[in-house]
Design a protein. Structure first.
Length: 189
C-alpha cells in the first residue's frame, strides 16, 4: 500500500478533495432564497384557530380535508401547534402536535416549527391582516404555502390578493389547491 501511495501521491489527497468539493457545493447552493415576512407579529393575537383555505400540495396533508391549525402560546416562550384534518378515506379525524418558536426576535415573522424532533421547518408569515383575520404563510424554498383564515371561508377578493402576493414572491400559485371546509368540526375541549 505504501508503494502505491508513493507512486500515486494524489490518492492521499482524494478524501480531502472529495470532502472539500461537497462542502463547496453545499455552501454555494442557494437553498434559502430570501423571503420577506411581516415585520410585526404578536403571538398572542396570532394564537387561536386558523382554517386552511388553500395550500400548495404536500405529503403530510395528503388525503385530508377540513384542515385547521390551533396555536397556543406557552409559558416558556414557545408555541404549541395542533394541526388537524378529516381523513377522506374513513372520515376519522387526524391530529398532530408540534412546537414553534421565533428563533430571531429581529424577524418575528420567521418561525421554526417542529413536529418530529430534531427536524424543524420554516414557517414564514408573509402577509397578515391588520386584524389577524387572514394570513399567508410559506417557506423560503417556495414549496410550502398556506392561505389561512379565522373563518372557514374568505372573500374571493382577499383570496385573489393573497395569491397575487404569493406569486410576486415566486410561489407556483398555479398548483395551489383550495381546501374544503364544509365538514362538521369535532368539538374542542
Amino acid at each position: 500500500m505504501t508503494q502505491m501511495m508513493n507512486r500515486y501521491p494524489y490518492l492521499t489527497a482524494m478524501p480531502r478533495i472529495f470532502i472539500l468539493s461537497i462542502l463547496m457545493f453545499l455552501f454555494s447552493c442557494d437553498s434559502k432564497k430570501d423571503l420577506a415576512t411581516v415585520t410585526n407579529l404578536d403571538i398572542e393575537k396570532y394564537a387561536g384557530t386558523w382554517y386552511e383555505i388553500a395550500k400548495l400540495p404536500n405529503s403530510f396533508e395528503r388525503g385530508l380535508t377540513c384542515v385547521k391549525a390551533k396555536y397556543t402560546p406557552l409559558a416558556n416562550g414557545k408555541i404549541e401547534v395542533i394541526n388537524s384534518g378529516k381523513k377522506l378515506s374513513d372520515g376519522a379525524w387526524k391530529e398532530i402536535t408540534g412546537k414553534a418558536k421565533v428563533p430571531d426576535k429581529a424577524y418575528p415573522g420567521r418561525l421554526k416549527v417542529t413536529f418530529f424532533w430534531p427536524f424543524a421547518g420554516d414557517y414564514y408569515v408573509i402577509d397578515l391582516a391588520d386584524d389577524y383575520s387572514y394570513s399567508l404563510v410559506g417557506n423560503p424554498g417556495r414549496d410550502y404555502l398556506w392561505i389561512l383564515s379565522r373563518t372557514p371561508q374568505i372573500p374571493e377578493v382577499i383570496y385573489t390578493q393573497l395569491l397575487e402576493k404569493a406569486k410576486s414572491h415566486g410561489f407556483p400559485v398555479d398548483k395551489v389547491e383550495k381546501m374544503d371546509q364544509s365538514c362538521e368540526m369535532p368539538k374542542e375541549e
